[in-house]
Design a protein around this ligand. Structure first.
Ligand code: FA5
Length: 347
């Protein structure tokens, strides 16, 4: 048996020496190491070896298998190097040529993220912190602490997805108002952009998942004039042109007084068109002075501290900026839509 092993090993090494292609090397592996290969057959025949010789023969067969396997790997490396060497030495191979373009196209930035970056940059210049709060919230932060008790009708306008543990997916970025007041000592100014969720029927301007950015300023003696001034600076930075704004009364339980801020329609410059439904104005964001109950829920004394807040629909702002007619494009996953926002394209 030991002689047979030696003979097979010698034969294998001689054959291996002559191999110069990966295909022939694969055939060699099958011939000697495959399921029915010569070395495998030797291993399978171990049962017939008398017990007193089994250890010695076993070691010899195993040693042979390990050595041949190592030599095959060595050979494979050599053949691969040879192939590369051959390619490099080809007369028509120019090592100085630029490489092939990558098979995958470079990704693009989502239009909502482009707008969010612009908003963040504009506010950072005005000394605002940019904060990131939770998408899953508890009832108190999303409703109760914002002056919306359990039986308040305002809850119906913002139904949402409820989690099994009684928490919910936030319906707006306003819970950040309470969190920021607890996290930072007054005075401070901050924005908190992020995704929000509503149990909502989708149409051209409503999605169940969309982006908002909340703004909050807490200081002494803040007024609505201050809020309007900051909003004008923000909108002019985003639209890169002069923007006219107006306030209408609006109701939100967490602000008093509350407003809807409109901008003069950019499509028709206030003359009236389809976009502004012939009113000359487009509704953009709700805002107001923070309600004393909310300031109290934030752990501050409303007789000492005042605040203003706004909640801007980032997705709607992107629609306006890029004249996108249907909100479902944003989450639709159609690459033709996203690819318009490439470098050198829409910004
Ligand atoms: C709110 O969410 C308030 N939290 C905003 C606020 C903050 C008021 C601070 C006062 C002070 P509203 O539900 O109107 O408000 O939503 C704010 C903005 O989000 C809207 O103006 C709109 O631009 C956007 N929005 C609302 N619902 C949807 C929707 N289903 N799809 C896309 N955008 C929406």
């Amino acid at each position: 048996m030991l002689d047979k092993i030696k003979k097979i090993k010698k034969k294998a090494l001689t054959e291996l020496e002559k191999i110069n292609s990966l295909e022939i090397l694969r055939d060699f592996e099958v011939k000697f190491l495959g399921k029915k290969g010569e070395i495998t057959v030797l291993l399978k025949g171990m049962g017939k070896v008398p017990p007193e010789n089994r250890k010695e023969v076993g070691q010899a067969v195993n040693g042979c298998k390990i050595e041949i396997r190592a030599k095959v790997e060595e050979k494979e490396e050599k053949i691969k190097e040879m192939i590369i060497e051959k390619d490099i030495n080809r007369k028509d191979f120019d090592i100085t040529l630029p490489s092939q373009p990558l098979p995958h196209k470079k990704g693009t930035i989502h239009p909502v993220v482009i707008i969010q970056n612009k908003v963040e940059a504009a506010f950072e210049q005005l000394g605002f912190k940019v904060l990131d709060y939770f998408e899953a919230e508890d009832d108190w932060h999303n409703f109760e602490g914002l002056n919306i008790p359990k039986d308040h009708p305002a809850r119906d306008m913002q139904d949402t997805f409820w989690l099994k543990d009684g928490n919910l997916l936030r319906t707006h970025t306003s819970p950040g108002q309470l969190r920021a007041m607890h996290d930072y000592p007054p005075p401070f100014r901050a924005i908190f952009p992020g995704k929000v969720f509503r149990y909502e029927k989708t149409d051209a301007s409503h999605e169940h998942t969309f982006h908002q950015v909340e703004g909050l300023m807490i200081d002494k003696n803040l007024s609505v004039a201050n809020l309007i001034g900051i909003m004008k600076i923000l909108l002019e930075a985003i639209f890169e042109r002069k923007v006219d704004v107006r306030l209408r009364p609006g109701f939100f339980p967490f602000v008093e007084p509350g407003f809807e801020l409109d901008i003069k329609c950019m499509n028709c410059n206030g003359k009236g068109c389809q976009v502004c439904k012939y009113s000359g104005w487009v509704e953009l964001l709700p805002c107001g002075l923070v309600h004393p109950n909310v300031i109290r829920a934030g752990g501050l004394d409303p007789d000492e501290w005042s605040g203003w807040a706004f909640g801007l629909g980032l997705t709607r702002l992107a629609m306006m900026k890029y004249k996108i007619s249907h909100i479902t494009h944003f989450l639709g996953g159609d690459l033709r839509f996203y690819r318009q926002f490439t470098e050198g394209g829409l910004k």
